[in-house]
Design a protein around this ligand. Structure first.
Ligand code: MG
Length: 257
């Protein structure tokens, strides 16, 4: 399968899906409080997306039952929302969600602290977010995919953290997962050339301990092998003549990159 480049008009059209994805992520994040179950968060997300004219991109994708992935502490990604998964003070939770608008998909994730978290976890959160911004900053025509992965990996490993290998970012457009893969690790000057018109979901998954993962028996949930916490940050980003442009961003919250 080849990389599907997007025209400037198509990138503009993708902003609708991106903006709704960002709004629902903020909305769910605001409800990540002690005592709330991930199923409640899922209901909130689905209602919010549909009320704003979108379709939850995750629901039914490959059979996934939720509109969000909700992954707590040592859970890295793909947690199925559940009544039994109730947030407690000191937890971190990765919320991954996306919306389809006019046939275009937005995909984004953020790891939220539930109440006060330890200094160790605070540092992990800060570094995970920095990894994402570093990757986004590197998403420029002329760089190679290995430059992007290397930049993310360096930030994580200098801070003493692990970078998940088995799960990576991806191209995105009319499908949630398109070519190319976007690894959060790599070697400078290697890999495909980044081009104007690529739209990428850049999503570092950073671990406090080992980068090794465990696939859980439900076939979805992925945890760290050592039980230490992980964080996950993601945005959908277009590579343009003017550099990286965020698509999963709320209109009133544009952060220059
Ligand atoms: Mg993604």
């Amino acid at each position: 399968m080849a990389v599907i480049l997007k025209t400037p008009g198509e990138i503009d059209a993708m902003k609708e899906a991106g903006q709704l994805s960002a709004r629902v992520l903020r909305e769910v994040g605001a409800h990540c409080k002690p005592g709330v179950s991930t199923l409640e968060l899922d209901d909130l997300a689905e209602t919010f997306i549909r009320e704003h004219g979108g379709i939850p991109a995750f629901k039914g994708y490959g059979g996934f039952p939720g509109s969000i992935c909700a992954s707590i502490n040592d859970q890295i990604v793909h947690g199925i929302p559940s009544k039994k998964a109730v947030l407690r003070k000191g937890d971190v939770i990765s919320i991954d969600t996306g919306a389809i608008v006019d046939g275009w998909v937005g995909d984004n994730a953020w790891t939220f602290a539930v109440g006060a978290v330890s200094d160790e976890v605070k540092d992990l959160l800060k570094t995970g977010e920095k990894c994402m911004w570093t990757g986004i900053e590197t998403a420029r025509a002329g760089n190679r995919m290995g430059d992007l992965g290397h930049a993310i990996q360096s930030v994580a490993e200098v801070a003493g953290y692990g970078v998940v290998r088995e799960y990576v970012g991806h191209g995105i457009g009319r499908d949630m997962h398109e070519e190319p893969n976007v690894p959060n690790f790599g070697h400078r000057h290697l890999g495909i050339k980044l081009e104007v018109g690529m739209v990428l979901a850049i999503e570092p998954m950073i671990t406090a301990g080992t980068h090794r993962t465990r696939q859980m028996p439900d076939g979805w949930l992925v945890c760290t092998r050592d039980g230490k916490p992980a964080v996950h940050f993601e945005k959908t980003v277009a590579i343009t003549e003017d550099g990286p442009v965020l698509l999963t961003v709320e209109p009133d919250r544009v952060r220059p990159v």
